[in-house]
Write a protein that binds this ligand. Sequence first.
Ligand code: KG4
Length: 340
Amino acid sequence: MNKEVIILGIESSCDDTSAAVVRNGLLLSNAIAGQKVHEEYGGVVPELASRAHQQNIVPVVAAALSRAGISPAQLSAIAFTRGPGLLGSLLVGTSFAKGMSLGLRCPIVDVNHLHGHVLSHFIRREETDAVPEFPYLCLLVSGGNSQIILVKSPAEMEILGQTIDDAAGEAFDKCAKVMGLPYPGGPHIDRLASEGNPAAFRFARPHIDGLDYSFSGLKTSFLYTVRDHLKTNPEFISRNLPDLAASLQQAIIDILMDKLAKAVKQTGVRTVAIGGGVSANSGVRNAVAEFCARKGLRAFIPPREFTTDNAAMVAMAGYFKYLDGDFCSYDSVPYARVSI
Ligand code: KG4
């Protein structure tokens, strides 16, 4: 008998409440409620995030189920993000998943949020949509991570390199703050960079051995350049916004691509994927696509809706764990920090 596997995914690790339904590995729905409440604070306020998740979770789960045309009784399992993330936010999704599963008598599956990003390339709406074959390299770049991961299977991942200080997203956001741009600055830099000259300013590139990243030197170099110019030209930032953005973005791309190219050479792996919030960046996407085309590699660049936090990737990662019979118990608690 061919039993249908229907997974509800729940994501609440930071400031987006999301729920998605996957049936036999195909995505049926992905509902997301963002949180505007943080805008005036220039960053996510954890307590406000937890409260907003509590308000959003019931309608978001209801929307995901109704858009999928699935009733709760049909669910095979509920997958939820257990970490890493903000503890209060994670608690909302974790507790909701446990409560719903107890009510429905279906199992729960805990998902590492980072696995979700890495496996987001398996989110398919049609059977014919392409997915990467194993092993593949994944450049995971977000507000909290910059890692090169060797993905051997949905359950087996090895970190080949990672940041020793700031993440790529932090470099975008912190420099954007210096430029007076709203939080998160990454998308604003992306937009401004399209009108600027990437060679207008030259910011420092790090010299770190192996496949590890560093972005704090770039940040300092950006800060010093801006500070020096401001001494003689108080309007330096406002007059040079596009050029500053384009030069900063170029530096971040160069740093990311340098280690990614080394990882490809070192491993001989022929498939390259990117994931995480920074993989929404136009410059990063173009650089990876061009690099792969030049080297004859297969590139997997996620649709922008799956680069940031979403439950589709959680449901997908949960689907793989469900097939492995890898469930979690009701006494499992969320974790704020965890690696791959
Ligand atoms: O994966 P993500 O949504 O969650 C966290 O890690 O928190 O990544 C958020 C990060 C932020 O630093 C944001 O500025 C960055 O992704 N980001 C971008 C773009 N879109 C989001 N950075 C550069 N260009 C973008 N288009």
